[in-house]
Design a binder for this molecule. Structure first.
Ligand SMILES: NC(=O)c1ccc[n+]([C@@H]2O[C@H](COP(=O)([O-])OP(=O)(O)OC[C@H]3O[C@@H](n4cnc5c(N)ncnc54)[C@H](OP(=O)(O)O)[C@@H]3O)[C@@H](O)[C@H]2O)c1
Length: 280
């Protein structure tokens, strides 16, 4: 591929029309990137762009709204072909699309696992594959948005840990293989993130679960992270080529203990996810 003539760095954020994705878009604009935002729903993208417009006006950067389904390989391929044709380069891909879950393992179906893998893993795989030629040309970065559930398997999270662990494995393999292309791959593993619908998002799921399971992170005793803090961590991974980040920071110790001493890790995790207004 011919190197692009544009000097303005370009980022593409999947799932940039809601939640954490919007904050990542704002952080990338603030850092001087032109940003393409991907979502399936045009109206939702338009609504997000109204909030983002204010940042665009003050930064003078360009924003492109891209309607597409990143869990569909053809759709993902089309998006990146269009980006190549329109903007000619890509420096940062943030795979933020994801889907959480609630439920007991005995109730988890193959169909649900497939949905979760499509949303959390294949979305990142298809976009990263389609973006690779442009990222090789720019020496760019992929940031995958995992979760604490990429690192531990807490109770009642249905197939979420399964899918986010798969994303963690994929991210490390991509980082090691694509190093020789000059492409860096990072994984960010945030705990619960503050959002308006926290605590009511899973009311219809897993009716046989303790009440605490419907809380953010399945009731883990953690305060919600401000989304702009997670977005700043994305930028840090891009700028410093940081490989793997757990937020909040103090959870790194718990994850490390769990890997070194699984019995203690299980005990800590049970303590950490109990007694939030539940009978479990
Ligand atoms: N929320 C938390 O507390 C938390 C904690 C840790 C990690 N995370 C991770 O952070 C990421 C963002 O979570 P969030 O809760 O902020 O997300 P969210 O509010 O549910 O937003 C999801 C975004 O992804 C888009 N999207 C979903 N499926 C898509 C697809 N197949 N193709 C294209 N766009 C798609 C949605 O727009 P459309 O529906 O219009 O497509 C929307 O913009 C996820 O990976 C999640 O696992 C979240």
């Amino acid at each position: 591929m011919e190197p692009s003539e544009s000097k303005t760095p370009i980022a593409l954020v999947t799932g940039g029309s809601a939640g954490l994705g919007i904050e990542i878009v704002l952080a990338m604009l603030g850092a001087g990137y032109d940003v393409a935002i991907v979502g399936r729903n045009q109206d939702r993208l338009q609504q997000a762009s109204e909030r983002i417009d204010i940042a665009v006006q003050s930064s003078g950067r360009r924003v492109k709204l891209v309607v597409g389904d990143v869990s569909d390989k053809d759709s993902a391929d089309r998006m990146f072909a269009d980006l190549q044709a329109d903007w000619g380069r890509l420096d940062v891909l943030v795979n933020c699309v994801g889907l959480s879950d609630r439920g007991r393992v005995e109730d988890l179906t193959g169909a649900r696992v497939n949905e979760l893998i499509d949303a959390n893993v294949l979305s990142a795989l298809y976009c990263s594959q389609a973006a690779l030629p442009m990222l090789r040309a720019s020496g760019g970065v992929v940031v995958n948005i995992g979760s604490l559930s990429s690192k531990v398997g807490a109770r009642y999270l249905g197939g979420y840990s399964l899918a986010k662990h798969a994303l963690a494995g994929l991210s490390q393999q991509m980082r090691l293989e694509w190093r020789e292309y000059g492409v860096h791959v990072a994984l960010i593993n945030p705990g619960p993130i503050q959002r308006p619908d926290a605590g009511v998002r899973y009311t219809s799921q897993g009716t046989n679960l303790p009440e605490s399971a419907r809380l953010p992170a399945g009731g883990a005793k953690l305060s919600g992270l401000p989304p702009e803090r997670v977005a700043a961590a994305v930028l840090m991974c891009v700028q410093r080529r940081y490989p793997d980040l757990i937020l909040p920071r103090h959870m790194r110790l718990m994850v490390a203990i769990g890997h070194a001493a699984p019995r203690i890790g299980d005990w800590l995790l049970l303590k950490f996810t109990s007694n939030r207004g539940s009978k479990d």
